[in-house]
Ligand binder design. Sequence first.
Ligand SMILES: *Cc1c(COP(=O)(O)O)cnc(C)c1O
Ligand code: SF4
Length: 335
Amino acid sequence: MIARSATVQHIPDWQQQLKQAISDIEELLDLLGLDRCLLPAAELAARKFPLRVPHSFVARMKKGDADDPLLRQVLPLGIETEQTPGYTLDPVGDLNAMPQPGLLHKYQGRILLLTTGACAIHCRYCFRRHFPYAEANPLRNDWSQALDYIASDPSIHEIILSGGDPLVLSDRRLAQLGAALENIAHVRCIRIHTRLPIVLPDRIGKSLLGWLNDLRLHKVIVIHSNHANELDDSVARALSKLASTGAMLLNQTVLLRGINDNAKTLSNLSNALFEIGVLPYYLHLLDRVQGSAHFDVNAKRACALVETLNDSLPGYLVPRLVREQSGALGKSPVN
Ligand SMILES: *Cc1c(COP(=O)(O)O)cnc(C)c1O
Ligand code: SF4
């Protein structure tokens, strides 16, 4: 037998998977049996925003298909390096809405905390692809400033953990934050915006579930899925465990040209979400962030798509079409 030192720390399996996420474009193309002619342009685009995708997400992609809807969300393309007028570095005005670094207070009653800059996956359309995470990350070492702000404003009832992806944080950090929030009398609800149950379902393990179970706050978990192909059995299992903690499960989707911009794909997604206990919440128009113009679906087409959904789905399976507007109070519905 091999003697094990008592000081060796156990690294949870999900953290190992996170470390092993693919960042090498050639490796991704080879795994999927794709032509390397895509490589030079992809490498250029990846210099601005690197490739990052966990193996478990790649396993749900179709081999040999460069247009696979999951692959298209993560594969850097040369077209991203083109400058498009009207596409900026901070399209939602995050940097202006911060009373403190990393804390967004745009909407009444709710506050959004950028808990970490890290994500398990890099979505090419991400509006935070140019975001100065390092400067906007108050909680890395010290929660106290953000907690003081929340404690001093009794109108704040709901705390939204966002990022990056808050579930990239260790269970220990999450438990610390949860305990501190429970100590503020006017905080009643914790909402977690996360893509991890989709892209790294093994994240939903015993200790995270134990923490959620014990939390005395109302819990809302908003996942982020754009296509029914993302929802395999491992995701279904992770979500049913989350639901068993009493958390309400909602989904947000980004409308993406060439990935989910047709009524059939969107209604398949709504139905697949329903099957695993999740209701559609938001359908976001793309944020006009530099490098993402090729994903844009215009508002008129988006409205037509949602109207088709209204005809074919029960109302509770039709997401609300919204656009994030710089400086506006609340997401604006698109009609
Ligand atoms: C989206 C968002 C919220 C939450 O808005 P809801 O309408 O409650 O979903 C809160 N704060 C910020 C900064 C947001 O972008
Ligand atoms: S999971 Fe969300 S925050 Fe992370 S890269 Fe994708 S869109 Fe951006």
